[in-house]
Design a binder for this molecule. Structure first.
Ligand code: C2E
Ligand code: MG
Ligand code: MG
Ligand code: MG
Length: 292
């Protein structure tokens, strides 16, 4: 009986394995087809000056316009794209679309606002990002200072010399370097200074703590003052409430991004925001007089 049960388990395990393999292949096929059919679009989320609410930049965020499922968020397909290597093709598409969009806005006479583009670790290591960026900026006549590259701390891990070589290569194009989701990985501020990054985006997990008493504020304050000393611009991600904003104003955090200002929006809505320029309601513009 024991033997039979063991055998049964073995069969179950085997079919479970092949099921997940089938699922994986299906997802990969679906993603490959979506790339061929050009079903990906970019939405844009504003980043604003903390004191004034003035639009300073925006982030390009990819979405899959699925013919049946509608708008699919990146967390449902970026991991698959990374597992299968399709992120290299998808990443190239995102760079191309971002540059084309900037050129279109410029042609429409809209205010010039920089765009930052997310680059995942595999893409950073193997994706010829430097060459692709150079070619796309050239094709669309984009001023490199208008492009930012958002890298997570996992890109900065590993061989220091290789990483700084890659980053120098990007920087030599004239683009800005941003560290995304700061605080979730293991990079130190001194390492970031050595790597010469321009902007630090502090992960939403830290912004959320600003609503919960003094500890979160103290931690954020320490990050802001160190970034300030290193001359790195600091952005709080995921700002959702007026309370979080006023704490960040009191802490002199340079910029904010989050639903309180605007969710990511399609290109047409982003154009409207570009014309508006100041995205806070006037009441939120005064730096809060609060003791920290
Ligand atoms: P991320 O780069 O950290 O982007 C910020 C994410 O936080 C976005 O999610 C944005 O919609 C969300 N967010 C912004 N403000 C708030 C807020 O106030 N509250 C909450 N709860 N969320 C907020 P999204 O668009 O779903 O993207 C998720 C992640 O997918 C991104 O995180 C990024 O890691 C990845 N991603 C998106 N687009 C691309 C891309 O083109 N290439 C690559 N490699 N990754 C991408
Ligand atoms: Mg990002
Ligand atoms: Mg982020
Ligand atoms: Mg984040």
């Amino acid at each position: 009986a024991a033997k039979a049960a063991g055998k049964g388990r073995y069969h179950f395990y085997q079919s479970h394995l092949s099921d997940s393999l089938v699922l994986r292949i299906n997802r990969e096929q679906a993603l490959r087809l979506a790339i061929e059919r050009d079903e990906f679009v970019l939405h844009y989320q504003p980043r604003v000056d903390t004191a004034t609410g003035r639009l300073s930049s925006m982030e390009a965020l990819v979405r899959w316009m699925h013919p049946e499922r509608g708008l699919v968020p990146p967390l449902e397909f970026i991991p698959i794209a990374e597992d299968t290597g399709l992120i290299l093709t998808l990443g190239r598409l995102v760079i191309e679309k971002s540059c084309a969009q900037l050129a279109q806005w410029k042609a429409q006479g809209l205010p010039v606002v920089p765009v930052s583009i997310n680059v995942s670790a595999l893409q950073f290591n193997e994706g010829n990002v430097r060459e692709i960026l150079a070619a796309c900026m050239d094709e669309h006549g984009i001023d490199p200072s208008l492009i930012g590259v958002e890298l997570t701390e996992s890109c900065m891990a590993g061989d220091d010399e290789k990483v700084s070589g890659e980053l120098d290569g990007l920087r030599s194009l004239g683009v800005k370097l941003l560290v995304d989701d700061f605080g979730t990985g293991y990079s130190s501020l001194s390492q970031l200074q050595r790597l010469n990054v321009d902007v630090l985006k502090v992960d939403r997990a830290f912004t959320v703590t600003l609503d919960h008493g003094e500890e979160g504020k103290a931690l954020f304050k320490a990050i802001v003052s160190m970034a300030d000393a290193l001359d790195i611009c600091i952005v709080a991600e995921g700002v959702e409430t007026a309370e979080q904003l006023s704490v960040l104003q009191a802490l002199d955090c340079d910029e904010v991004q989050g639903h309180f200002v605007s969710k990511p929006v399609p290109e047409g809505e982003m154009a409207a925001l570009m014309l508006k320029r100041f995205l806070f309601p006037p009441a939120a513009r005064q730096p809060a007089a609060m003791p920290i």
